[in-house]
Every structure is written in structure tokens, then in C-alpha cells.
Design a protein around this ligand. Structure first.
Ligand code: C5P
Length: 290
């Protein structure tokens, strides 16, 4: 095999709880993450020894000149790390076609890195185990191990301690990425200074997942960052009011934002919500749990 193409899914947070601080300044998290059918496309091609090059393209195929293609890019670092860890002298060309919005809380860069790790393992037939790939992912970023595993997971610690949960019941997500972005480090700093009024109930969410009860899953969707970001960006209330008005079961910001999603049970409802949003928000996506 000379090349391989991988589809790397984005995620949303069904729940996000900040429990405290870890040694080293990172935060101790309890998160329930869900992979969704919004995919980055990653093409990997074998190249002569010593060569490691990356290109990034927008969803329409045009080159994304503003995205760094060197060691500043997590996909490049993932390829370097994998080749070194596996002792492979061959080079690689990595082409990432972006479909997932950046600075959205949907793990686009982490999905790219996980896709490179999983794809290179297949391309070079190195036979790494999922825990081995996750251990490499952990060195790249907090969300990379989840992006390697996918599905529905409880993620603890920095986000790297994973436990598989039953798959989320079938539903539709409508995701909106507003124009504003949130600085993740600044948001983590801010959460230390506020009183968290409402925290997710992970036991209730897990029971709902076990029994496959979509209404209960939706009822327990909660991200402690949501009210903190909404306080500074009231437009999230406008988006959520539209979600509510047009029949979403529930809605919440994902990760450190700014993408915000609704859970709906019927495609017709998702289509109506998209129609109501698309004039003001070019970045609206319909996807499903995967
Ligand atoms: O690991 P990742 O690159 O996603 O983290 C981005 C930033 O978010 C970190 O530099 C840190 O400031 C903050 N963070 C944190 N605790 C975590 C994950 C991220 O404080 N568990």
C-alpha cells in the first residue's frame, strides 16, 4: 500500500465538568464526549526517507494558506511522533481537507492528529494497539486519545483517561459555529474564578445511555463552560432561543466553544432550524452520533 485516506470525526461534549486543578496547571475534567459524522479527510502517502510534508485544504479543495503546515500543526507533529515511535525511516506526505470548524470546541486539530496516527499505523502495517496509539495521542493534546477511540466515552483527568460508554441513541445534531472564538487557556483561567452553579450529573447521563433513552440523554446535556461563555456572548442565547422555539430537545455549547449544538429527533426539525439560522450563520452543520 502506497497511500491511504482516513475520515476523522469531530466531537461534541454531551457533558463537561471541571473538577479542580491538576499538578502542572491543567484542569481535572470529567467529560462525556460523542464523535459525530462531521469528518476531516486525511490522505497519507509514502515518500522517500526523511521527507515529511503537510498541506491543508478548505472543504472546497482550495489550499488553506493561513494554516501552518510545519511543526506548529498538530497533524505534522502526529506524523513526526508516529514515525519516530515506530522506527520508520520512510517519509510521508499528509493532506488534510478541513470540514470541521476551527476554534469551535469540536476537536478539529485533535481529529487531524488522531487520523494521522491511525492512518499511519494502517499504511505502514505497524499493528499498534489502541492504547499505544492513545499514549502517542496524549503527548499531542488532551482530546487526541478520545479522537483515536471515538464513539461515546467518559474522559477524565486532562481528558486522556477514557472509558467506553454505550453508544448514544440515534438522533440529529444541528451545530452552529458563531463567528467569535474563545481562547481555551483564558476560559480555563476564568472558570477558576467563578462559582459553578450547575454541574452535570454523569450517573444520570450514563443510565440514560445504558437504557438508550434519548430524552434523558438530552435532558442531562450540560457543559460548565456554557454559562461562562454565554455571559460574554449573548448571541448564544439568541441561537439557543431559536433551537428552543423550533423544537430542539436540548442545546448546549461544546467544549470551550464557540460551536453550540441542538439535539433533535427528526430530520424535518433539523432542516427547519438550519433554515432559520443559515442567513445569519454560514457555519451550520447537520450531523449524527457515530
Ligand atoms: O491540551 P489542549 O491543547 O487541548 O489544551 C489547551 C489549553 O487548555 C491548555 O494549554 C490549558 O491552558 C487548557 N486546558 C486545561 N486543562 C485541561 C485541558 C486544557 O487547563 N484538562
Amino acid at each position: 500500500m502506497q497511500s491511504i485516506t482516513i475520515h476523522a470525526p469531530a466531537k461534541v461534549n454531551l457533558a463537561l465538568e471541571v473538577c479542580g486543578l491538576l499538578p502542572g496547571g491543567f484542569h481535572d475534567l470529567d467529560m462525556i464526549m460523542q464523535a459525530v459524522t462531521l469528518y476531516e479527510t486525511i490522505r497519507l502517502e509514502k515518500r522517500p526517507a526523511g521527507e515529511l510534508t503537510l498541506e491543508c485544504r478548505a472543504a472546497d479543495g482550495t489550499l488553506a494558506a493561513d494554516i501552518p503546515t510545519d511543526a506548529r500543526n498538530l497533524a505534522w507533529r502526529a506524523a513526526r511522533l508516529f514515525l519516530d515511535a515506530a522506527g520508520i525511516a520512510d517519509g510521508v506526505f499528509v493532506s488534510v481537507t478541513k470540514a470541521v470548524p476551527s476554534q469551535a470546541g469540536m476537536a478539529d486539530g485533535s481529529a487531524d492528529a488522531a487520523g494521522v496516527l491511525v492512518g499511519l499505523d494502517l499504511l505502514f502495517e505497524t499493528g499498534m494497539t489502541v492504547p499505544q496509539l492513545c499514549a502517542l495521542g496524549e503527548q499531542l493534546g488532551s482530546d487526541v486519545p478520545f479522537c483515536v477511540v471515538g464513539g461515546t466515552c467518559m474522559c477524565e483527568g486532562r481528558g486522556e483517561k477514557l472509558r467506553k460508554l454505550p453508544n448514544m441513541p440515534d438522533c440529529i445534531f444541528v451545530v452552529v459555529k458563531p463567528e467569535f472564538s474563545v481562547s481555551t487557556p483564558a476560559l480555563y483561567k476564568k472558570i477558576d474564578e467563578v462559582t459553578i452553579a450547575k454541574r452535570p450529573n454523569h450517573m444520570a447521563m450514563e443510565s440514560a445511555l445504558i437504557s438508550g433513552d434519548l430524552d434523558q440523554v438530552a435532558k442531562n446535556v450540560l457543559n460548565v463552560f456554557d454559562p461562562v461563555v454565554t455571559a460574554d456572548h449573548l448571541e448564544l442565547n439568541y441561537i439557543k432561543s431559536l433551537f428552543h422555539q423550533y423544537g430542539a430537545i436540548s442545546y448546549q455549547m461544546t467544549g470551550s466553544g464557540s460551536a453550540t449544538f441542538a439535539i433533535v429527533s427528526e430530520f424535518e426539525v433539523a432542516a427547519v432550524i438550519c433554515n432559520m439560522l443559515k442567513d445569519n450563520y454560514p457555519d451550520v452543520f447537520i450531523c449524527k452520533p457515530v
